[in-house]
Design a protein around this ligand. Structure first.
Ligand code: NAD
Length: 351
């Protein structure tokens, strides 16, 4: 059994589906179902006894302790977070509560549980903290990509809260010996991403005939990784990563935001043609405050030490993603109407 936090969100749900496609080891999924949690993401597992869902907050220490004591997972993968930079600018408090205090509380519960394990169970336990490349701040146009040695320089409340959580995880390893692993990944894209993030937002707005808002000149550069490749990296890190180590995860695929939007419009023009090109809907809007200009991730350590490499290139991954959103318009409609918040499971739910 593994315990996953935030498994009803974008990456967590993709991870659980990917995990159970590769293994029969059950997953206990602890998710608070904030606005970003959507049980529809896990619809294929609705009657699958290998997945147990628990609605709860990572900061509820007694609940987490009870789940650990009862289900005795061999690993904890921590995805749960407030994850949207724009929301962190408008209302940073939730980011401090979940990303910092919540992670701290989870670490405390995990540490106590691990401390009481014995022998091989204790040696095998891992706490994998899923984090972001945004903790490293921004790069100039000619700077080399971020490595695991890059200094932390977070620029948004989101990035600062994730940086703080990374430091707490690090301290827990160095001070108490909890066998932690940390991954810092670049921008993910793929199925089930909440339509506030760039790629699903553009697809939803394009199809709805709305403006495609591009911050500033749109020349901000991000590295993009298909979510399935991130999931494979996490499985690999969990299997073979060395406790206390940090692994950068990235697609070696730097793109400006405006190029991403143009590519999306071209794919939609081909797959769902409208009266005029979707590019006509692009509208430049005032840039985000403190907007980082460029992120690039050097994933060489993960490649060299653990043999991971992304399977998907951006063109094929984006085409696959566009086709998924076109084939799952009901998924997006349930978010737009708010109906997704009423989804509740009665099967496979732990008391
Ligand atoms: P998301 O916003 O889609 O999902 C977050 C999930 O966490 C939701 O299901 C939500 O209900 C849950 N959650 C929030 N607060 C909680 C709490 N207090 N207790 C329990 N559950 C809670 O996020 P995502 O994009 O899937 O990101 C997952 C993780 O990966 C985050 O830690 C994020 O920082 C990291 N990450 C994301 C990206 C990316 O491009 N999306 C890149 C690198 C790292």
């Amino acid at each position: 059994m593994i315990l996953v936090t935030g498994g009803a969100g974008f990456i967590g749900s993709n991870f659980i589906l990917d995990w159970l496609a590769h293994s029969d080891e059950p997953v206990l999924n602890l998710d608070h179902l904030t606005y970003a949690g959507n049980l529809d993401n896990l619809a294929p597992l609705r009657n699958d006894a290998r997945h147990i869902f628990v609605q709860g907050d990572i900061g509820e220490r007694a609940l987490v302790a009870a789940l650990l004591a009862r289900h005795r997972p061999r690993a904890l993968l921590h995805f749960a977070a407030e994850s949207h930079v724009d929301r962190s600018i408008d209302a940073p408090g939730e980011f401090i509560a979940t990303n910092i205090n919540g992670t701290f509380s989870l670490l405390e519960a995990a540490r106590k549980y691990w401390h009481e394990l014995e022998g091989a169970d204790k040696d095998a336990f891992r706490f994998l903290h899923v984090s972001t490349d945004e903790v490293y701040g921004t790069l100039g146009p000619l700077d080399p990509a971020f490595t695991e040695q890059s200094a932390y320089a977070p620029n948004s409340p989101y990035a600062a809260s994730k940086a703080a959580s990374d430091h707490l995880v690090r301290a827990c390893y160095h001070t108490y010996g909890l066998p932690t692993l940390t991954s810092n990944c670049s921008n993910n894209y793929g199925p089930c991403q909440f339509p506030e993030k760039l790629i699903p937002l553009m697809i939803a707005n394009a199809l709805a005939g709305k403006a495609l808002p591009v911050y500033g000149d749109g020349r901000q550069i991000r590295d993009w990784l298909y979510v399935g490749d991130h999931c494979a990296a996490l499985r690999r890190i969990l299997d073979a990563g060395r406790p206390g180590e940090v692994y950068n995860v990235g697609g070696q695929n730097e793109m400006t935001n405006i190029d991403v939007v143009h590519t999306l419009c071209d794919l939609l023009d081909a797959e769902a043609p409208a009266a005029q090109s979707y590019r006509a809907q692009i509208a430049h809007v005032t840039d985000r405050a403190g907007h980082d200009r460029r992120y690039a991730v050097d994933a060489g350590k993960l490649r060299r030490e653990l043999g991971w490499a992304p399977a998907e290139n951006f063109a094929s991954g984006l085409a696959r993603t566009v086709r998924w959103y076109l084939a799952h318009r009901g998924w997006a409609a349930a978010i737009a109407s708010g109906a997704y918040r009423d989804l509740r499971w009665t099967a496979g739910v732990a008391p």
